[in-house]
Design a protein around this ligand. Structure first.
Ligand code: 9MR
Ligand code: ZN
Length: 537
């Protein structure tokens, strides 16, 4: 299937002069780097070409070392590819990934001066009804459309914001302040301006007793129409433990981050988080969310709330310093928690970030020393998985799930945090391979970020991109990528004989491989912000 793809795979957005240039080659011929005069400046030999299970390719990563800024031709056998090396090549794509969330804004007009040709009138501003009590009407405007659909979901939104806030806290130098969004220039970093748009909406999703509605959606997914034309009734779907836990944690975290910018906003968020925590304490019997009968929008069903409770306790301890939250976090912590998991279903890793970077030594032997040791052990395993992959991708062949970009970018986050935590940069190259994966160094030779790369995703499953009449999709959105674990019946057969890392269709109906989602953009923002921060030097 991929016989016609190039022998050399590259990061199509370029490389940084301060970091090694990594390419993947599907040939055992030496890799030769020529400068713009055609002079050979480097030869790297790759003797054996191991079989890569995930892709079915014989392929190997070639590290070409650091190259001074300039244009180069990389040769392998008779094939060649152009690459550019720059001082700071990835700020633009990182900015675009943040601005991608601006394009997901709901309830406001996207004006031409910010959105250019992707402008559109306000959407979803009509009052919503409570699904379980249709007498209760409430106007809840704002938030980001979750993904290719127009639903808005509290848990996934909270996780996205958390990735962005930690990107700001840990890799702030790589977060641009020139995004050209409505708030730009207000003295607040734009990544925080954008995250606030979602936070304001999350606050409105809280019921009076402290619980959070799971989601604000219609009972069905809209057809491929523009958001302003999607006029059917939206509903506050029932409250859930997981939404309440995730919102609580995220708001507690945000209360710390925004304190110096807006004390009132910070206080409001902390109050809301405390109220949510109170509800969780008063309602200890976990009820997993399931779609009410007749509702077919995204379920985000989650079998456990322990990880949300753990994350919330950690963030409330960091925000208030009160030992009761530390005690609770210790009780909830267990050795089998997936400290490398940062997604909507398992947020243990977000609790871990809070322990490692915010609570620190105050966490004592359980929440700091012990947790740190396990976190570091996981990073070692992640680096090994990357080392065993022909493309350097930190995902085992059997783990190409729906939205495989999430664990791949999540693993990049872990490897980056290993460096931030220890000062040891030995996993940096492995982390960089994940960033390069997203931008083209992969089995599909495709950049998963819209608008970036010579061979980039074009037909994402995204309602505005599919209905605005513009050829190029909305920029700065990352595709979920290959998935061979849960395919739509109509795609199953076509993808059945394809290797996991190639189980991908750049086709609009393929939500199972080519949708975009806010919480896939955000770990890529973290990763891009880190590598951009290294380029500021
Ligand atoms: O990201 C979700 C993925 O982990 C699930 O496997 C998949 C199927 O249930 O759903 C994904 O979430 C979708 C959500 O349900 C609705 N909005 C679009 C999301 C991205 O595909
Ligand atoms: Zn909308």
């Amino acid at each position: 299937m991929n016989d016609s793809l190039p022998v050399i795979r590259i990061n199509q957005t370029g490389y940084a002069e301060s970091l090694p240039v990594q390419v993947a080659v599907l040939s055992a011929e030496p890799v030769i780097v020529a400068d713009s005069d055609g002079t050979t400046i480097k030869t790297v030999t790759t003797d054996e070409l191991p079989y890569d299970e995930a892709s079915g390719d014989n392929v190997k990563v070639a590290d070409l070392g650091k190259l001074p800024a300039g244009e180069y031709t990389v040769w392998c056998g008779t094939e060649c590819r152009q690459i550019s090396v720059e001082k700071d090549p990835w700020q633009e794509v990182t900015n675009a990934l943040i601005k991608g969330l601006y394009f997901q804004r709901c309830g406001c007009e996207l004006e031409e001066k910010h959105a250019g040709i992707y402008k559109h009138p306000a959407c979803h501003f009509r009052p919503a009804l409570e699904w379980d009590n249709k007498e209760n009407e409430k106007t809840i405007i704002g938030g980001w459309h979750d993904a290719g659909d127009y639903g808005k979901y509290v848990g996934p939104g909270a996780v996205t914001v958390a990735h962005m806030l930690y990107a700001y806290l840990l890799c702030g130098k790589g977060c641009s302040d020139k995004l050209n969004i409505p708030e730009s220039g207000n003295g607040v970093p734009d990544i925080l301006n954008e995250a606030r748009y979602e936070l304001e909406w999350i606050l409105k999703m809280q019921r009076q007793d402290g619980a959070f509605y799971h989601k604000l959606t219609k009972d069905h997914f809209a057809p491929f129409i523009m958001p302003q034309d999607d006029e059917d009734r939206e509903y506050m779907m029932p409250v859930s433990h997981t939404a309440t836990g995730a919102a609580c944690a995220c708001l507690a975290l945000a209360s710390r981050v925004y304190k110096d910018f807006d004390k009132d906003f910070s206080d409001t968020m902390l109050d809301s988080a405390l109220k949510a925590y109170g509800w969780l304490e008063d309602n200890p019997d976990f009820v997993p969310f399931v779609n009410p009968e007749g509702v077919r929008t995204g379920m985000y069903g989650d079998k456990s709330v322990t990880d949300e409770l753990f994350w919330a306790a950690c963030e409330l301890y960091a925000a208030t310093g009160e030992s009761v939250y530390k005690d609770n976090a210790e009780k909830l912590y267990s050795e089998d928690m997936k400290l490398y998991s940062y997604g909507w279903a398992d947020v243990s890793g977000l609790g871990a970030i809070c322990c490692l970077f915010e609570i620190g030594e105050k966490g004592g032997s359980i929440l700091y020393t012990g947790l740190k040791e396990r976190f570091i052990g996981n990073c070692k395993k992640i680096a090994e998985i990357s080392g065993e992959s022909g493309y350097g991708t930190a995902l085992p062949a059997d783990a190409y799930i729906w939205g495989s970009i999430l664990p791949i970018m999540g693993n990049a986050m872990s490897l980056i945090m290993y460096e931030l935590l220890t000062g040891d940069d030995s996993y940096r190259a492995a982390a960089l391979l994940q960033w390069n994966y997203a931008l083209g160094l992969n089995a599909l030779d495709i950049s998963f970020v819209t608008g970036f790369g010579e061979r980039r995703v074009m037909n994402i499953h995204h309602r505005p991109s599919g209905s605005d009449g513009i050829t190029e999709p909305v920029p700065g959105l990352i595709s979920g990528g290959p998935n061979n674990r849960m395919n739509f019946p109509q795609n199953k057969e076509r993808l059945a004989s394809v290797a996991p890392a190639k189980a991908f269709l750049d086709e609009l109906p393929s939500a199972d491989t080519n949708e975009i989602a806010i919480y896939w953009n955000s770990p890529a923002i973290f990763t891009g912000a880190f590598f951009s921060s290294l380029c500021k030097g």
